[in-house]
Design a protein around this ligand. Structure first.
Ligand SMILES: Cc1cc2nc3c(=O)[nH]c(=O)nc-3n(C[C@H](O)[C@H](O)[C@H](O)COP(=O)(O)OP(=O)(O)OC[C@H]3O[C@@H](n4cnc5c(N)ncnc54)[C@H](O)[C@@H]3O)c2cc1C
Length: 428
């Protein structure tokens, strides 16, 4: 059996950053990076826009502005992103401020889905050249904490340090992992919302600010804006009871691809549960299954024209002559979001959309589509033993799956921070 100084699980930004930092600290370290898929499956691969301003992507319970900024600076030095220009935003900012909405100014870069894939390949090749053993299509199944061994889909290995960064798709895996290894955790918060799709001419702010971050009252915000060659996509998840469900998302290709003239972005509301509801995941799965029931096994889409009238959308459309673009995710079922989304979320999101329409007039054009559900489950919060995300002796849990980040740069910073923890404890 091979024994490694460090086994890292997941080749998303959190795992990659930890690997780069550790191999730099100790070039002769035996480091194994495991990735269950053929290539990293998170945001690096999907649209790959990176935000370099706190607090975007940084859960404030783990990151204060100074700590996050110092890690962001390290991430930026390593990734050397091309920061996008932002212009002509004064008017939008003034309009927002007048109605109690914040427009955050965030330093951003955007590689697109094709550019992200290229970046992943480059980073993996660099890690290999630096001596890290990168094993794709090999999944961590379980560990024996006492023996310090890990069972993968292909073999058994020994480890001294273990860094687990399985991302949002690894939410279930991480839950099981924590239960099996007596690591206490909570998952009491979720984000629920819609993905909005419209023509760029109805949301022209994106020409001046690629991913505008609006913060509305009632913990509601815009999130993950994509434009140009932009598409709404559906991600398949398996609920704890085995039922399949979809959550929608969005991505865009780099500016080298021809634009389809569309923009999409999420409007999400965050909720934190208190007793007696213990699990955000259970709640999210219940909501998703209601959405699947209403949509006949698919997400629902509704045109704003129908939504305003309180009517379901149909394939033909009530105001068909006004519907001036085809949905980029046509497999969704035209329907009535009000049948599937609890009013606490729906009211806040509709209020936010109306505010947005007074800041960027036109976004609520009758043709604009709302897709539902978009649910973010990144709130498996382990009880950490130290500030470096060590959740059990020599085991670090990081990235979106462990709730230490909510975006690529936050995940990258989490990987650096875990590596700092290993450096301090092990003297690397
Ligand atoms: C469609 C989509 C688009 C997004 N777009 C953006 C964006 O543009 N900008 C942004 O900042 N954020 C974006 N995000 C969020 C972003 O993906 C995350 O914030 C970030 O990738 C989290 O990094 P991570 O390293 O924690 O996890 P991930 O990037 O999700 O990586 C985790 C990796 O672990 C692997 N894995 C899971 N379990 C195991 C196991 N048991 N064994 C081995 N490997 C395992 C997974 O296959 C995955 O490749 C997007 C997310 C999605 C889903």
């Amino acid at each position: 059996m091979h024994t490694y100084d460090c086994v890292i699980v997941g080749s998303g930004p959190a795992g990659l950053a930890a690997a780069f930092e550790l191999v730099t600290l100790k070039p002769d370290a035996r480091i194994l990076l495991l990735e269950r898929e053929k290539t990293s499956s998170g945001g690096l691969r999907n649209d790959c826009k990176m935000n370099f301003t706190y607090p975007i992507g940084f859960p404030t319970e783990y990151w204060d502005p100074e700590t996050a900024s110092s890690y962001l600076a390290r991430a930026e030095t390593f990734l050397s992103p091309e920061i996008l220009p932002q212009k002509n935003l004064d008017t939008y900012q003034k309009r927002a401020a007048r109605i109690g909405v914040d427009l955050l100014m965030i330093r951003q870069s955007h590689l697109g889905t094709d550019g992200g894939l290229k970046l992943i390949k480059e980073l993996i090749a660099r890690l290999g050249a630096a001596g890290v053993e990168v094993c794709l299509e090999e999944e961590l199944l379980s560990i024996d904490r006492d023996a310090k061994t890990a069972r993968t889909s292909k073999r058994e290995v020994g480890y001294d340090q273990l860094v687990v960064a399985p991302g949002r798709h690894g939410f279930d895996f991480l839950r099981r992992f924590m239960r099996d290894n007596d690591i206490a955790y909570s998952d009491n918060s979720i984000d629920v919302g819609v993905r909005v799709e419209t023509k760029i001419e109805h949301y022209p702010i994106v020409k001046d600010y690629y991913d505008p971050k609006f913060l509305f009252p009632e913990r509601t915000r815009t999130f993950c804006t994509n434009s140009g060659a932009a598409h709404v996509v559906q991600e398949r998840y398996t609920a704890t009871n085995g039922q399949k469900y979809y959550s929608v998302n969005g991505h865009a290709y780099s500016h080298e691809k021809a634009s389809n003239g569309l923009v999409n972005f999420a409007v999400l509301r965050s909720v934190e549960f208190t007793e007696p509801l213990a699990s955000g995941q259970d709640y999210a799965e219940f909501l998703a299954s209601l959405a699947m029931l209403t949509g006949g096994g698919h997400p629902i889409m509704q045109r704003i024209g129908d939504f305003r009238l309180g009517k379901r959308s149909t394939a033909d459309g009530l105001n068909g002559d006004l519907y001036d673009f085809e949905p980029s995710l046509p497999s969704c079922t035209p329907g009535d979001i009000g049948l599937a989304m609890p009013s606490k979320f729906l009211r806040s999101i509709w209020k936010a959309l109306k505010q947005l329409d007074t800041i960027v007039p036109g976004v609520l054009h009758p043709a604009t589509i709302l897709y539902y559900p978009e649910i973010k489950l990144y709130a498996n919060k382990p009880r950490f033993l130290n500030e470096f995300f060590m959740a059990a002796e020599d085991i670090y849990l990081i990235g979106d799956g462990a709730g230490t980040s909510r975006g690529i740069t936050g995940a990258w910073a989490s990987g650096l921070r875990a590596a700092d923890g290993i450096r301090m404890r092990k003297g690397w």
